[in-house]
Design a protein around this ligand. Structure first.
Ligand code: ADP
Ligand code: ZN
Ligand code: MG
Length: 314
């Protein structure tokens, strides 16, 4: 299988075994400013190169994890805020034409969830909810071992479930989204305010002259700073409310927490776990275990390989 992650500043391509092992990987700068056609041409060349290096055949299919929204049925990226000029881009058909391979496209956070469910933290579980706490918050829902893609193929937007009816505005414009409490941007926003306040010294020190981010807050929290702990405690309670909501809807066997903020560890996850009982139905919550992601930044890539595998197996 070939897998592509179109997530960030780098285009990442890997050959992955049917058991989810990375066989060979390469990456190159995305250079989205050159336009979608240029990106897809370089993506195609990288796919063929990786396939050859890993000894995969000409017919090895490609799974692509892409920021959304996108249409997995037509393989069209509708738009992505992160990539300049990506509007209604027929990514799957272009990549398929250039490589002669079958191509499937899915949302990157949904892919990350599938990767963790099939080959990562939640191996052996068929009903899984994934939350990726990064710059924003994304997620995926796995039902009967398969990615839930929704009626229009847009999947799920777990970062934008409401956990506070009168909460803060989110980057998406809606009110009280989970993301507005526990995305990297939200924590950085809080930290910036705290850094200017009297109790912000530890965060200021941890930020070391830069704008304080979630990592600086975590460093200060790990050193016992009450202001930093309070930021992560609030984010964690919101996370617990979000997890409770998801438990009530999906009755999952496992909930996997990934993304850069998972490295905040117990300062974030402790309050989240403690809050879950207050925000979920008694009969369901004891059935769901909360796990840390194990595939790190590769979970989207490995999930992309999983959709390619499903494509091959029909
Ligand atoms: P994305 O893929 O959405 O850009 P990542 O999953 O890479 O994001 O996560 C980036 C976020 O994780 C940033 O907000 C960053 O501050 C935060 N982060 C990085 N390292 C740590 C850490 N050790 N502890 C807590 N947060 C961290
Ligand atoms: Zn939102
Ligand atoms: Mg990432």
């Amino acid at each position: 299988m070939l897998a592509v992650d179109l997530g960030g500043t780098n285009l990442r391509v890997a050959a992955v075994s049917p058991q989810g092992k990375l066989l060979h990987r390469e990456s190159a700068p995305t250079r989205d400013a050159l336009g979608p056609e240029s990106v897809i041409e370089r993506m195609a060349a990288l796919c063929d190169h990786v396939a050859e290096a890993a000894g995969l055949g000409d017919d090895a299919p490609i799974g692509v994890a892409s920021p959304g929204p996108l249409d997995p049925k037509t393989g069209v990226v509708i738009f992505t805020p992160n990539l300049a000029g990506w509007q209604d881009v027929p990514l799957a058909s272009s990549l398929s034409r250039l490589t002669g391979r079958a191509v499937r496209l899915a949302n990157d956070a949904n892919c990350a969830g599938l990767g963790e469910a099939r080959f990562g933290a939640a191996i052996g579980y068929d009903q899984v909810v994934y939350l990726g706490l990064g710059t924003g918050v994304g997620g995926g829902v796995i039902i009967d071992g398969r990615m839930y893609e929704g009626g229009h193929g847009l999947g799920v937007e777990l970062g934008h479930i409401c956990v506070a009816m009168d909460g803060p505005r989110c980057s998406c414009g809606a009110i009280g989204c989970l993301e507005a409490f526990c995305a990297g941007w939200a924590i950085a926003h809080e930290a910036t305010l705290v850094a200017d306040a009297e109790d912000g010294e530890a965060i200021r020190t941890a930020a070391n002259g830069r704008n304080p981010d979630a990592r600086a807050v975590t460093d200060a929290a790990n050193a016992g700073d009450p202001a930093a702990l309070a930021i992560l405690e609030r984010a964690g309670r919101a996370l617990g409310a979000g997890i409770g909501l998801l438990i009530n809807i999906f009755n999952p066997e496992a909930i996997v927490i990934g993304g850069g903020l998972a490295a905040s560890g117990e300062a974030l996850l402790g309050p989240a776990r403690a809050a879950v009982p207050s925000y979920s139905f008694r009969g369901l919550r004891n059935q769901a275990i909360i796990l840390r992601a194990t595939l790190g930044d590769d979970n989207g890539l490995i999930g992309a390989a999983a959709i390619a595998l499903d494509l091959q197996n029909g």
